[in-house]
Design a protein around this ligand. Sequence first.
Ligand SMILES: *Cc1c(COP(=O)(O)O)cnc(C)c1O
Length: 218
Amino acid sequence: MLEEILSELSETKTRLVAVSKTKPSSAIQDMYDSGQRIFGENRVQELCQKYEVLPKDIEWHLIGHLQRNKVKYIAPFVAMIHAVDSVELLREINKQAAKNERIIDCLLQFKIAEEDSKFGLDEEDILPFLRSGEWKELHNITLKGVMGMATFTDDMEQVRKEFKHLKSIFDQLKNELLNNDQFSEISMGMSGDYSIAIEEGSTLVRIGSLLFGKRNYT
Ligand SMILES: *Cc1c(COP(=O)(O)O)cnc(C)c1O
């Protein structure tokens, strides 16, 4: 399956985040041996345990909700944090990255799903902060782009509409506020909808079950 997905992605600029949550380190090692280097986890503790035992050139992405008091555990090694949903969290990531003399890539998570999702920003939540220019003072984070999750539905037109919405948020932020080379990533698309996400401009797809098989829990 990895090869099929990679060949689909090779015609685009989209990269694959292999979502390995709940899967054993041996499964990650196998995929690493096939050449995959970017892996995504959604829980801090699980991510830290896997980081300890797996090759150090893996690029680890935290894709799930992150509590501020847990940033310190992943700051020494995490490459990208996908689900930044508050300014306070962004400041904490900056602080912990500085302690580790690192720069951590961050994506702003936006609410795009019809269903009432627990996490994610609305544009009004973040525009004042971006307009203030304060983000430029956070020297140990890079605002790399946006992330979103579509509604869990079979209605692919609905999903497409939501991906288009995320792309339009990205374009607006890029044009008005974050017009730099770093701001370049749109993280959208999972096992069930990644092909649509690619059509709508995704640069990072987060694929789990299609690669590793069904999970027993999430
Ligand atoms: C689990 C998860 C995925 C991958 O989901 P699949 O449907 O297994 O591909 C992607 N993104 C996030 C944020 C997740 O938690």
